[in-house]
Design a binder for this molecule. Sequence first.
Ligand SMILES: [Zn+2]
Ligand SMILES: [Zn+2]
Length: 458
Amino acid sequence: MVGRENPEILDTAASLLEEYPLCDRCLGRQFAWLSTGTSNDQRGHSIKLILSMKADEIIKSDAKDEGRKLLATLAGNGMFSPAQILAEKEALDYEKGKACHLCAVDVDRAFDKIPEIVQRTVKDTEDIEFHTVLAGSIPHPILAEREDELKGQHNLIYGETLRSDFNREFGKQVSAAFDKPVDFDKPELVVVYDMQNDLVRLQINPLFIYGRYRKKVVGVPQSRWDCADCNGKGCDACHNTGRRYPDSISEYVSLPIQEAAKGTRFKFHAAGREDVDALMLGSGRPFVVEISRPRVRTLNLPKLEKKIRKKSRKKVEVEGLRPTNRQHLQRLKSESSENIKEYSAIIKTDRELTDNEVRRAERELTNIDLDQRTPTRVAHRRSDLTRKKHIYEVRLKKKGSHELEGYFKVQGGTYIKELISGDEGRTVPSIAGKVGSACVCTELIVTAIHSLETNHNP
Ligand SMILES: [Zn+2]
Ligand SMILES: [Zn+2]
């Protein structure tokens, strides 16, 4: 009806406006992928302007009624003021005070509410420290449905969704109000506006702190160990503590960090773990502490290192605390079994070994691949598999008639106690198997962890 020689955009736009009241922005958004470097508002305004000029041209020609009808559409459903002025001049009747079909559920346009939503967001985040932000939204279900319906009825292949248009505008205004950059990849704060409930939801992304710990005493498990009898509820067996061990490395390390960061909870991720009765010395074991919903991100890390040491009564020491990210955490986990670890151990034998037997065991266990089936003592938390582990070096020294001191350099994930005892044939070869005597590990110390990830920065 606008004229066969006209581009299709104008035909489509005119028939959209005939059906629905649409603001400039929502009309322009249906053609968002055409002509970049402008805004949806501008697109919609320009389309309406050209249609108004077209209407005037038709009125001035011989098809007066057709032109008046288009003008009334632009003045009414188009809510377009140049068309309204022209309509008044032509004494045309049109419906006033319409609300946009795609961005207003009642009368208020979602876009017009943004400055007020941003003010609320600024208030809600007053006591939260963050450096990057991302804005999002959950469109009102009525608007989402109307958009789907409109898209289904018209062939709008160049359109953008309300959500992406709204998010971009919201993001721009949030970023300006906070004077902080938008980060699509790893924002520290995500602000989500729920249109239906008129609520701003804050997603505070976790804080990650890297470090290395040393465990100076035995009897402290890496993670909280609940009483097996009561599953942590508290019973006579655990003196109502709910725990098998009163403390843990993860709590000693993470709680002071969580407190300083004003977070809600923590997760402790370490590159492997030592047994509860083993020490972890040397330069320590790498870990990453993940703090949920932190309100503080700039922490005094040297002070925290001192606090951890003091609060654990020197059972646990940490060093090298520094902020890191989720990628580093994933690398730490995935590379843990590729690390090289060094241990020293005290081994009791059930008879006195000869120097020859000791030398031969050392030789035959150095630079070999071990077949190690999951030890029964850890079968409750690891699947029962036979794993191949490389043993770089074993050195043994007689300490007493029934005692050896051992030094081991092995691939991460090797169970040393079983390498010593043979674990009833589940670990092959073993020291016990090589010397033909029962062997038991009575003391174990992790003396070094050579991790690949230590050497590259996140
Ligand atoms: Zn609209
Ligand atoms: Zn209990």
